[in-house]
Design a protein around this ligand. Structure first.
Ligand code: FES
Length: 83
């Protein structure tokens, strides 16, 4: 069943995006455009998302820093200097 008729996004697609890590209607919109035209589907998307498991929100609720990209270690400095 379509959740977002403007972009033809189904409930199944919203659930797939949620399973892939989208926790908010805004993140669903980033992934699928759902909710970015007339906006009438945003409440239904929020209803599908509910208060289910969300890794980012769970980390924040535990007082942990939000999930972010891990910094890559700096490359080892080369002792050989070309002259
Ligand atoms: S129904 Fe989703 S943006 Fe219009």
């Amino acid at each position: 069943m379509y959740v977002c008729s403007c972009f033809g996004i189904t409930e199944e697609q919203v659930r797939e995006h949620a399973a892939a890590g989208a926790c908010t209607p805004r993140q669903i919109a980033s992934a699928s455009k759902a909710g970015t035209d007339c906006g009438s589907c945003v409440r239904r998307i929020q209803g599908i998302l509910g208060r289910g498991e969300c890794p980012r929100r769970t980390a924040l609720d535990r007082g942990e820093p939000p999930l972010t990209a891990q910094p890559t270690p700096a490359p080892a400095a080369s002792s050989a200097v070309a002259a």
